[in-house]
Design a protein around this ligand. Structure first.
Ligand SMILES: [Zn+2]
Length: 230
């Protein structure tokens, strides 16, 4: 099904190796940072030469994070093509497969930082990433992960932005990617059917195939999820 490989070294080296290995997709994980502690949006960067698949994948991920964490979408409906004044572009532009750079939360925002440091919220992010890969790369294959900042040959001590309350961006980005790796490598069947599931932390408690035409409504007062067959 899925195999995950972490790529290290300078960014162009990581991309070159992922190309050689014929990876199906490429993910670099960061957390955002701002001088304003109230910055509160989620965004995905794509290369300036991004394919439509990269853009759709990036938007799908950003929209899922925005929904689950109740955040605004940054950029153009969640994506920033070519990065911020070119920053981020070189991290992705050399890939020959769809590639996205994640900036789901702000290390500088105290509320976001609490989530970044939380094992449970890291699992939420990992789950969203895992589902996005299943949705967009449904035939399985080798997935490339890159931890932003960490493991560069040219600046081996870079760990990215300080996270409010303790630690650094790259340490938590790596933790999320490690969780996503476990989730992806545990997948035993390709997800071709529409599926409904109940998830707690990084554990799927229950799942079932769902009629592609069924409507679903969640009643938060009665705590009932209702499936309406057309
Ligand atoms: Zn970063």
């Amino acid at each position: 099904m899925y195999e995950v490989r972490f790529y290290k070294g300078d960014y162009r080296e990581r991309q070159r190796k992922a190309n050689e290995d014929d990876c199906i997709c490429y993910v670099e994980h960061h957390f955002n940072s701002s001088s304003s502690p109230s910055a509160n949006y989620t965004v995905v960067i794509t290369g300036s030469n991004a394919s439509q698949t990269s853009k759709n994948w990036g938007r799908w991920y950003a929209q899922s994070v925005a929904r689950e964490f109740d955040l605004r979408l940054g950029g153009d409906q969640g994506i920033k093509i070519g990065g911020y004044n070119g920053r981020g572009d070189n991290n992705l532009r050399l890939t020959e497969m769809p590639a996205i750079l994640l900036e789901p939360l702000f290390a500088s925002n105290p509320q976001h930082a609490e989530w970044i440091r939380s094992d449970e919220r890291q699992s939420w992010l990992a789950r969203i990433l895992c589902e996005s890969i299943q949705r967009f790369f449904q035939h399985g294959g080798l997935v490339a992960f890159s931890v932003g900042h960490k493991y560069k040959t040219s600046r081996p001590n870079d760990l990215g932005a300080k996270v409010y309350g303790g630690g650094f961006e790259a340490e938590y980005a790596e933790a999320v990617l490690e969780k996503a790796r476990t989730m992806l490598e545990e997948i035993e069947t390709l997800q071709e059917e529409r599926e409904i599931k109940v998830v707690q932390g990084d554990e799927v408690l229950w799942k079932q195939a769902l009629d592609p035409d069924a409507d679903i409504t969640w009643d938060p007062v009665c705590c009932v999820l209702r499936i309406k067959q057309s």
